[in-house]
Design a protein around this ligand. Structure first.
Ligand code: PLP
Ligand code: COI
Length: 354
């Protein structure tokens, strides 16, 4: 069934935790609002979503999520403008991508109405939790996992779709130093790299820990064939500016089709910045760094927004990026966040009011 037949029920908390939150010093994704949305898939159909207090979930130890990792998620944000109106950014794209991930992981698709109505009902209830400070927003985490039980290695018969909310500040604190990875791979041809599958992230933790021991906060993944081409970072797509051209790799079945990435490409074109979507080799970037043509590198993603990279490491050599007064990163970040926070016109029709 693609439409919700009953009203979304709301069970409210007795006492809100909101007074315990320091909204001036928010980290990323570490405090959660009072309520969550829960929707169960049973007997071949999604049931009516309900809003409950944010609380632990009870699952059987044989639930397939624990054994076979059938789990996908999305990342999006809600913003509050100076008139207290609430905005989402391209939420239908997150819904579509959740279902692309669902298909790849043999998880039942969530209908648009369940996603959008559930999202709106929850965010409306938690409206007071949306930070207004510049750089802060309400991070939204919709996810689906296999709650059905059984050790048989096959898709579960029951799933939970949940949305949790976390008032959040910046994803990175301090400078972003990245390491170009040439041993481990995040994804492979024909694999699940284009899906926002939980396991894609778990698989990155160990190589990222190794990089962290050398002082890098993120790994830049390269293709799994020959580690020749720049792909993306752990939680963001990558843009590279050589001279005045902004380059990003094409999406593929190994790379997440980022909503921020495609928005930045459109904004850059609108701003008259020369853009190229093409494969870019590690060698080209290293050569450009050596001969002074590498002007900027930055990551782009919902959590990361636009995060300038200060240094990249390659084969035990660190290359520092120049600190530009008028960087593309600053210019594009202003354009995209002005649209997100309703501080500027949205010629692209991306902003979606609650
Ligand atoms: N790449 C990966 C692996 C990610 O986890 C994310 C974050 O969602 C992105 C790229 C950026 O995607 P988006 O801009 O849609 O948030
Ligand atoms: C996001 O940017 O929303 C993401 O999903 C990245 C996440 C791993 C923090």
């Amino acid at each position: 069934m693609n439409t919700i037949t009953q009203k979304i029920s709301i069970e409210k908390v007795k006492t809100s935790k909101i007074d315990q939150v320091d909204f001036d010093n928010l980290a990323f994704g570490s405090v959660f609002t009072d309520h969550m949305l829960v929707c169960d898939f049973r007997n071949g159909a999604w049931e009516t979503p309900k809003i409950t207090p944010y609380q632990p979930i009870s699952l059987e130890p044989s639930a397939k999520i624990f054994h076979y990792g059938q789990s996908i998620f999305e990342g999006m944000k809600a913003y509050k403008d100076t008139a207290n109106k609430i905005w989402f950014f391209r939420p239908f794209d997150n819904h579509k991508r959740l279902n692309i991930s669902a298909n790849r992981m043999a998880i039942p698709e969530i209908p648009e109405e369940y996603f959008m109505e559930g999202l709106k009902a929850l965010v409306e209830l938690e409206e007071a939790w949306i930070p207004q400070k510049d750089g802060s927003s309400l991070y939204i985490r919709p996810f689906i996992f296999a709650s059905g039980k059984g050790f048989h290695a096959s898709p579960a018969d029951e799933y939970k779709f949940i949305i949790c909310l976390a008032p959040s500040g910046s994803y990175f604190s301090g400078k972003v130093k990245v390491l170009i990875e040439e041993k481990y791979s995040r994804s492979a041809n024909g694999g699940v790299g284009y899906a926002k599958a939980g396991g894609n992230y778990a698989g990155q933790f160990y190589p990222t820990q190794l990089a962290a021991k050398k002082g890098y906060s993120q790994v830049i993944w390269t293709d799994d064939n020959n580690h020749e081409y720049i792909e993306e970072a752990g939680a963001m797509n990558i843009f590279i500016r050589i001279d005045d051209t902004l380059i990003t790799g094409p999406t593929s079945d190994r790379i997440l089709d980022g909503i921020t990435r495609k928005s930045i490409l459109q904004i850059a074109e609108d701003e008259g910045i020369n853009t190229e979507v093409r494969k870019i080799t590690v060698n080209e970037v290293v050569e450009a760094a050596k001969n002074g043509r590498l002007k900027e590198m930055f990551g782009a993603g919902t959590a990361a927004v636009i995060s300038p990279i200060s240094t990249f490491g390659h084969r035990d050599v660190d290359y520092d990026l120049p600190e530009l007064e008028k960087s593309y990163a600053t210019r594009l970040k202003k354009r995209i966040t002005d649209i997100q926070y309703n501080r500027a016109e949205d010629p692209f029709g991306w902003r979606h009011g609650l």
